[in-house]
Write a protein of this length. Sequence first.
Length: 84
Amino acid sequence: MEKKVSAFMKPMTVSSDLAAVVGKGPMPRSEVVKGLWVYIKKNNLQDPKNKRNIMADEALKKVFGGKAVVNMFEMTKLVSKHLS
């Protein structure tokens, strides 16, 4: 029997703005999210007072539609616009 790939694990095409942060695709959503968190932690972009907020640098602003601060739940919605 052939095993079906879940939608979350299906490789997706990554936009050039998102690729600047997480690397070139295609990659599954789970890897994109992992890559985002690696980038956020490496560049110390979490708000120290409220860890749920991400303070975007120039590269992330392109992914977040120009927003300077995004909460982690909103982040996944904004990132999905860069996957196809």
